[in-house]
Design a protein around this ligand. Sequence first.
Ligand SMILES: Nc1nc2c(ncn2[C@@H]2O[C@H](COP(=O)(O)OP(=O)(O)O)[C@@H](O)[C@H]2O)c(=O)[nH]1
Ligand SMILES: [Mg+2]
Length: 267
Amino acid sequence: MGFIELILATILLGFLISLGLYLFQNYEHKSGKTSPYCKPTILITGPNNSGKTALFFKLLEGPFSADYNVSTLSSIEPNIKEIKLPLSNEKIGARYQLIDYPGHKRYISLFNKLITEDVTIKNIKGVIYMIDSSTSVLQDEAVREIAQQLLRLFPLTEAKLGGTDFLIAVNKQDLFDSRPVNRIRQLLQAELTKLILAELHESRLHEQDEDEDEGSTSLRDFCTSLMGTSKEFTFDMLEGNVDFIGGSVLRNKTDAWFNWIDERVVN
Ligand SMILES: Nc1nc2c(ncn2[C@@H]2O[C@H](COP(=O)(O)OP(=O)(O)O)[C@@H](O)[C@H]2O)c(=O)[nH]1
Ligand SMILES: [Mg+2]
């Protein structure tokens, strides 16, 4: 085969492969196959190292065994497992999906796709947002990041009738320097107020701009309709309930969280 023929053959092959992929993807799309993750879900998320994976395994395996080894748990990979709920009544045994997903910005687009397209928001029966309450960790910067993460989540989770219930699981209350639950709620409300007012201020500045990207437009719409004429954000403004409850995975202070999960299942 001559050089020219070889090039032509390569181009043709490339074209055929692209066409094949295109047809295959379209076929998948049109056949409307639902994702295997599309089922009733309890989602655990929040900053790295807050105790999400520890809670995930505690929920699946019962109380910590003495040889429980946290250092073997990956903090980067999401964990997804089936769980029978409510926890307090094995006989009912409704099948739920428990997801432990790192809240890091780096995974935001994968995370958004998982919860909006695969699981779907209507299937999310509750979000457990886990926080490390120790003062050494929960500095201004950490509070800001948590508020930013919550503000990315709320427009998605509030998009269904009645919103989505959140448990802010204030973990590591066993530590000597842990902040009180109510103080953390105040800090987050203040930080969210700042972020939302800044967003609304931006939107006034850019009112004349025509081509805004969709993401920020929907955040703006969300903030606008959430705040109305109010100058201060409170968690009560959301359709879903937001409960702040302290505890400690390590010290087995998890009963109130487990009750919260069971209430989401019964309702
Ligand atoms: N002191 C204390 N440490 C905890 C508690 N819960 C989890 N940890 C520790 O926090 C670290 C991070 O936990 P991990 O579950 O991996 O956090 P993740 O990154 O949110 O999944 C581990 O060393 C855990 O042992 C708690 O209630 N108190
Ligand atoms: Mg983890």
